[in-house]
Design a binder for this molecule. Structure first.
Ligand code: FES
Length: 119
């Protein structure tokens, strides 16, 4: 586990925003072709702001930790801001993840993009 930075480990051990939104405004579902795992991201929008974001995944620890970080950061953001946050978080997280775990993080950003598109 030493290959993961502290903040990722903390989110893995105490993931935020896990679960489902029963009446979502957008849902994105993505599969990781390399491992067969699935990620679902739910958003609730008021005006143009994301007021709730939750995720469910059959993915690994890296997928859980990065989805937790992403959902925590986008709550309260506008849809445009959320896409920017997603890009910035990608740069930050991807530089610290082992190469083989990059598709696991991409699951969260892709699912978020689809959820926003559905809205
Ligand atoms: Fe499947 Fe990470 S190994 S999501």
């Amino acid at each position: 586990m030493g290959k993961y930075p502290k903040f990722l480990m903390e989110h893995f051990q105490n993931p935020r925003n896990v679960g489902e939104i029963s009446d979502p405004d957008g849902v994105g579902t993505v599969g990781n072709a390399s491992c067969g795992d699935i990620m679902q991201m739910f958003i609730k929008v008021s005006g143009d702001k994301i007021v709730k974001a939750k995720f469910k995944t059959f993915g690994c620890g890296a997928a859980i930790a990065t989805s937790s970080i992403l959902t925590e950061r986008i709550i309260g953001a506008t849809l445009d801001e959320a896409l920017k946050i997603s890009e910035e978080t990608s740069k930050e997280v991807l530089s610290q993840l082992p190469k083989e775990k990059i598709p696991c993080f991409t699951l969260a950003t892709e699912a978020l993009k689809l959820a926003i598109e559905e809205f």
